[in-house]
Design a protein around this ligand. Sequence first.
Ligand code: B12
Length: 349
Amino acid sequence: MPTDNSVNILDEEALSLFKQLQSQALLVVRERFYQEYGFNCQEREIGNEELLFLFEFLTAALQFGLFQSLTDYLNWLCSVQKARDISTKYLRSICHWLTEFYQENMETTEARKVVDVIQQASKTLKKKQQNPVLIYHAWPEVNAFEAALICGNYQKAHEIVDQYIQLGYPLTDIELHLIQPALYEIGEKWQANLVTIAQEHMATSIVQSIMSLVLQNFPAASSVNRRILLACVSGNNHSVGLQMVSHSFLLAGWDVQYLGSDVPTDTLVQQTIDWRPELIGLSLCFVHQINKAKNIIEQLHTKLAHHRPVVIVGGLAFNSYNSLADVVGADLFGTDAKAAFELANEYSY
Ligand code: B12
């Protein structure tokens, strides 16, 4: 995502104050919501997580000029609410109270920057939400597979995967053209209030079991003596995509350490220092997680200097806004599990 030059980013001191004010701002917004409407904002799909995310996206806009991700988030939230027959007036009120709060609590020039960003973003709320997601060539059985996941039919889902295995398709293709599009579709349906959070969880756990089980049908190439460590940055709980990335490297004979979701930064850095992979892969789902990735890369620079591993990044955040890879300072960006392996293989270490 190009950084937006029309956004006046905050200087370091103002940014630090803005962050310090976060908990107070959220408290004020919650209280005003209750006073105005007589119930809590979480009853209108604006719970703690949504408010914290809003704050994180606002920070990304004010720190890096990443304005588009803030408007995308607000419009995503708006579409979630509309699908549940909730008026956008609640979100508008929250934006309005936030502007009042910063006008009262920050110095005029810096408050103006915050207010401008919030006001500009909330003006876009009427526009139709378009999810910035890449859709891959989906195989014909995707709908049947997705239906099996949503109704919890493990046998059926497994059977469909098995059919493709019998036809000789590589695991990476099955994951990319069958499993990934089905999960993307389930995400759209959750957003549109057509599947529940429980179904989303169930679908994920079926997929994870099947992926682990069928892995043994695919013999790995002999070892190429190369190491990759893979992790979702702290705060990212979306691990299935990274698991697919791990499979594409495993099957090609790489030694893989797959750390899964939500890995705390310090332990991730320490594990990298201890194991010394030549490549590490970081998965990010949301734009505001770029600070986590930036921090990991900076620590690796400081602690390992020119011995630091090459860093490849990926995940929904990058697929939505390609140029983010430069913002975090990564060496490579892979759009999917297959592309990640191809890029890493061609890179000269
Ligand atoms: C399953 C799921 C969950 C599960 C995840 C469980 C798990 N163990 O993974 C749970 C329930 C935890 C979850 C939670 C949330 N989710 Co969710 N989730 C999904 C869903 C439906 C599928 C995710 C998935 O597995 N996709 C399939 C994989 C294969 O695709 P992928 O992640 O893009 O990975 C590929 C590439 O990106 C790339 N890649 C990925 N990582 C890496 C790393 C490297 C190094 C490289 C090179 C490449 C690479 O390669 C992968 C394979 O080809 C998506 C829908 C979607 N569009 O993805 C929503 C989705 C991502 N979730 C969403 C949201 C909002 C949330 C929540 C905030 C609220 C909620 N719905 O509960 C929380 C936030 C949790 C958090 N802090 O992270 C939104 C995000 C909206 C947005 N654009 O901002 C989505 C898009 C749903 C939607 N349409 O509204 N979620």
